[in-house]
Design a protein around this ligand. Structure first.
Ligand code: HEM
Length: 201
């Protein structure tokens, strides 16, 4: 059997499922509120119950987002010359002729994706709690709805791209989400600088 290497710890895998599950639940229920989709509301037993699910789902998402910082925040702020070169060749996604530089544990696209999720996540969470808890303040309501909807647009674009890149576009990546592991040979090919730092190369 192929030798395996751990990329994500067990708590990281679990927290990613909580983050992804709560995020998708919030996106579906949020969409249903925005477009008054009664059919989706009825799945939850009406809009009132769906609102409770959305609010408490927001609590779970916010805690999970905070916890994710322990896993990704440090990496997300560290960039080197290879990362700059990665941008120049667009990660190799637009042409097979370019030479993609060697990568560490995360490529700069993933690091920026994380920072985008943190930024939009904080904006959507703070504005969501304001909408939930400060109903009597008209100006807070107005600004919060604006921020909530703009941040929602970021999620609607970024999350499907992330899901596509983690599944169909990069076969073999999805198993990291399930087990946290990948074959050592694959890790050496995709993340040589991380493997070197870990003493495996
Ligand atoms: C449900 C479908 C999803 C799939 C298949 C998926 C897959 C993955 C995989 C495989 C990784 C690890 C990548 C690696 O280590 O190389 C990852 C990381 C990550 N995922 Fe997801 N994910 C999904 C949903 C989400 C959602 C909804 C969010 C929104 C908050 C999210 C946020 C993240 C973050 C922040 C990371 C770490 C940074 C990165 O690798 O870009 N994921 N995901």
């Amino acid at each position: 059997m192929a030798e395996m290497v751990r990329k994500s710890s067990v708590d990281e895998v679990l927290n990613h499922w909580i983050l992804a599950g709560s995020c998708i639940l919030l996106m579906i229920t949020g969409f249903a509120f925005l477009f008054q989709m009664k059919s989706v509301g009825s799945v939850f037993g009406g809009f009132n119950i769906m609102k409770e699910v959305h609010n408490w789902g927001g609590v779970v998402f916010s805690l999970s987002l905070l916890y994710s910082m322990r896993h990704y925040l440090k990496d997300a702020f560290e960039y080197d010359a290879d990362d700059a070169q990665w941008f120049k060749v667009a990660g190799g996604y637009l042409s097979h002729k370019v030479k993609v530089p060697p990568m560490g544990k995360y490529n700069p696209g993933q690091k920026l994706y994380y920072l985008g999720i943190v930024g939009a996540g904080i904006a959507i969470a703070v504005s969501g709690f304001a909408i939930w808890l400060m109903k009597d303040n008209a100006s807070v309501m107005l600004i919060s709805h604006l921020v909530h909807n703009v941040a929602f647009c970021v999620f609607v674009i970024a999350v499907p791209v992330h899901i596509y890149l983690s599944t169909l576009a990069n076969p073999g990546t999805f198993q990291i989400m399930v087990t946290g592991m990948l074959p050592l040979s694959e890790a050496k090919k995709k993340y040589p600088k991380w493997m070197k730092a870990a003493g495996k190369m």
